[in-house]
Write a protein that binds this ligand. Structure first.
Ligand code: FES
Length: 552
C-alpha cells in the first residue's frame, strides 16, 4: 500500500493493518522538498536500503536491492504512464537485466521475483515510511506462492531466493519440500522418480550441516530436481476412492498392474494407520520381482525415509501414490532371458544352504552362477550379504570405462557407473527393509546377486583400483558429505546419485564399521564421486538408432 503525496494513511487503514497482524513502524525518511529537488534518493532505515521516487502519483518507496541480483534499483529507469493522474502506477526498469516492476505494488511486469514496496506518508513536510516487516506467516506464504509460480520455469537461482526468503522469515524449509511434492505428485507419469527418492538424502545432508549456505544448497537440489522432473508435464490424476486395506490384495493388484485397485487399497491403509500400516506391503510389492534394476526397492525405502524426515509436514498420500504408480509400472527384468534364472533360484532358496561364500565368487560370474552360489549359501545371511556387498564394491572400483564412453556398441553394452552404483544403493535399501521384515532377505540377496551377475561382464580386472584407495575412512566420509553440494554438475540426476551414494555408503559403514568390505566400499564411493564421466553420448545414440531401425 502506498499513499498519495498529500495524504497520510487514514485511521481506518492503520487499524486494518493492525488487524492483519502488522505493526506499522513509521520512520522519517527524507524531507519532501529534498526528494522533490533530487527526484529520487536512497535512505537506510532499520537496516533496509529503501529507494524513494517522486512520481506523478506521489512518493513511492521500494527496496533498493533488485530481487534478481541485488543491483541498485535507484539506478533504474522510471516510466510514467502517459496522461496519468494521481493514483496511476508507473514502471521501474532495472537496467542490469531489464526486469520491470510496477512501482505501486512491487509486482513484476517482466522478469522473475517481485520487489518489496513500503507504505509512505507525508507528515509536516517529512516523508515517512513504514519499515515494519509483515508477520512471518505472511512472508512465508508469499514466498511459497512465489516458489510455486517459479515452478513454471527451471530457474535454480530463483528457487534458491524464494527458499532463502522462507528461511529468513523463520519458516521450516521442509514445508517447501513437502509443498513441492504436493504440487507435482500427479505430474509423474510413471510415479516416483529419483527426484523424490533422493529427497531424504538431501534432507539428511541438510540436517547434518551447521552451515546455512550448505543447508539451503541441499534443499535447492531437491526442490530443483522435483521441478526438473515435472516441468511442463500434464497431470495424470490418481484414481479416486478408498478400499479397506488388504496387504495380499494390494500386492496382487500391483502384480496385475492394476493402478486403480492398488491406489484405493493403499489409501485405505494410510487412513487406517499411516505409512506403518502399508510399509510391509510396499516392500513385498517392490521385491516380488527383480524389477526396475532395483529402483522399486530403493524408492520404497526412500519414501519411508522421506515420510520420517518430513515429519509433521510429510505429504504422505502424495508420496505413497506416486510410489504405488512406480511399482505398478515397473519393468520386471526377471522376465527377460538375461535374468530367467532368478525365479527358479528364488524357489530353490531353503535358508539352509551351507556353502561358505567369498566375494570373489560373485565378482565375475554369470547371473546364473551368482544366483546358484547365493542359494548354496542361504544358511548364512550375514556372510552372504558381506560377500555380495564387497563384490559390488570391487566391481564399481574396476568398472570398465570403455562401456560408459564408447559410441559404437550394442544397447545391451550401455553399462556405466550408475549401473554399478545401483547395486550398492539397492544393497543399502534392501538391508534396511529386510532388517524390519526378515522374510524379505531371500529376495534382497538374490536380487543383489542379479546385479553382480549382470555387471561382472563389464569390469576390467586389470584396472588399477588402488588409485581410489582411501586411508582415512572417517575423514573421507565427512568430506564427501560436506562437498557433495559443490559438485559442479549440470544434471540433477547426477547429483541425486552423488547424494544417494554418499548416504548409502555412510550408513553401511556406520552399521558395520569393522566389516571386511569397508575399504572396498569407500574406494568405490571415491571413484564414483571423483572420476569425471560423460553423460550425453549423441554419437552413441545415433549409432544405436541406426542399428535399431535396420530391417524395419
Ligand atoms: S539485477 Fe536487476 S534485473 Fe538483474
Amino acid at each position: 500500500m502506498s499513499v498519495a503525496i498529500t495524504e497520510a494513511p487514514s485511521q481506518d487503514q492503520l487499524d486494518r493493518l493492525r488487524d492483519q497482524g502488522d505493526r506499522p513502524e513509521w520512520v522519517g525518511a527524507l524531507p519532501l522538498a529534498e526528494l522533490e529537488a533530487k527526484g529520487r534518493a536512497v535512505v537506510k532505515r532499520a537496516g533496509k536500503q529503501v529507494a524513494l521516487f517522486v512520481t506523478r502519483a506521489g512518493v513511492r518507496a521500494i527496496a533498493n536491492r533488485c530481487p534478481h541480483e541485488g543491483y541498485p534499483l535507484s539506478e533504474g529507469t522510471l516510466a510514467e504512464p502517459s496522461g496519468a493522474g494521481t493514483g496511476d502506477a508507473c514502471t521501474l526498469t532495472c537496467n542490469w537485466h531489464n526486469w520491470k516492476f510496477d512501482l505501486e505494488t512491487g509486482s513484476v511486469v517482466g522478469g522473475g521475483d517481485a520487489v518489496r514496496v513500503f507504505p509512505v506518508e507525508i507528515r509536516d513536510g517529512m516523508i515517512r515510511i513504514d519499515v515494519a516487516d509483515p508477520p512471518p506467516h505472511e512472508r512465508i506464504a508469499r514466498a511459497l506462492a512465489a516458489l510455486r509460480e517459479g515452478f513454471q520455469r527451471p530457474e535454480r537461482d530463483r528457487m534458491a531466493r524464494d527458499l532463502a526468503r522462507i528461511e529468513a522469515a523463520g519458516g521450516d524449509l521442509k514445508v517447501a519440500v513437502a509443498a513441492a511434492v504436493e504440487w507435482t505428485s500427479e505430474h509423474l507419469e510413471y510415479g516416483t522418480s529419483h527426484a523424490y527418492a533422493a529427497m531424504p538424502d538431501w534432507l539428511a545432508l541438510a540436517d547434518g550441516t551447521t552451515d546455512p549456505v550448505d543447508r539451503l544448497a541441499c534443499v535447492v537440489e531437491t526442490v530443483g530436481h522435483i521441478n526438473d522432473d515435472t516441468l511442463r508435464q500434464p497431470a495424470w490424476p490418481y484414481p479416486p476412492g478408498t478400499r479397506a486395506w488388504d496387504e495380499d490384495g494390494f500386492v496382487a493388484a500391483v502384480e496385475a498392474e492394476d493402478e486403480h485397485a492398488a491406489v484405493q487399497l493403499v489409501r485405505g491403509g494410510l487412513r487406517r494407520g499411516g505409512f506403518a500400516t502399508v510399509g510391509r506391503g510396499l516392500c513385498r510389492a517392490a521385491l516380488m520381482h527383480y524389477q526396475d534394476f532395483g529402483h522399486s526397492a530403493i524408492y520404497v525405502e526412500k519414501t519411508r525415509e522421506a515420510v520420517e524426515r518430513l515429519g509433521e509436514h510429510a505429504p504422505v498420500e502424495a508420496l505413497v501414490l506416486a510410489l504405488v504408480r512406480s511399482l505398478v509400472t515397473a519393468r520386471r527384468e526377471d522376465l527377460i532371458p538375461e535374468f530367467k534364472a532368478y525365479r527358479p533360484a528364488r524357489d530353490a532358496w531353503t535358508g539352509r544352504g551351507a556353502a561358505k561364500t567369498k566375494p570373489a565368487d560373485f565378482c565375475r560370474a554369470s547371473v546364473a552362477k551368482c544366483l546358484e552360489r547365493a542359494v548354496a549359501a542361504s544358511g548364512s545371511i550375514d556372510r552372504l550379504y558381506d560377500a555380495l556387498l564387497e563384490a559390488a564394491s570391487w566391481q564399481l572400483v574396476r568398472a570398465d570405462p570403455l562401456y560408459a564412453t564408447r559410441a559404437r556398441q550394442t544397447i545391451s553394452q550401455n553399462v556405466g557407473r550408475l549401473d554399478f552404483s545401483h547395486a550398492i544403493t539397492f544393497a543399502n535399501a534392501g538391508r534396511r527393509m529386510a532388517g524390519r521384515y526378515g522374510e524379505l532377505w531371500p529376495d534382497v540377496l538374490l536380487q543383489l546377486a542379479c546385479f553382480l551377475g549382470r555387471n561382472g561382464g563389464f569390469v576390467d580386472p586389470g584396472y588399477d583400483g588402488q588409485q581410489w584407495r582411501v586411508d582415512d575412512v572417517d575423514g573421507f566420509l565427512v568430506d564427501a558429505a560436506a562437498n557433495v553440494m559443490d559438485h559442479g554438475q549440470a544434471e540433477y540426476i547426477v547429483t541425486a546419485h552423488f547424494a544417494k551414494m554418499v548416504c548409502a555408503v555412510r550408513e553401511e559403514v556406520a552399521a558395520a564399521p569393522n566389516a571386511a568390505w569397508v575399504p572396498a566400499l569407500v574406494a568405490a564411493l571415491n571413484r564414483f564421486l571423483n572420476e569425471p564421466f560423460r553423460r550425453i553420448l549423441t554419437r552413441r545414440i545415433a549409432h544405436q538408432a541406426r542399428e535399431t531401425i535396420k530391417g524395419e
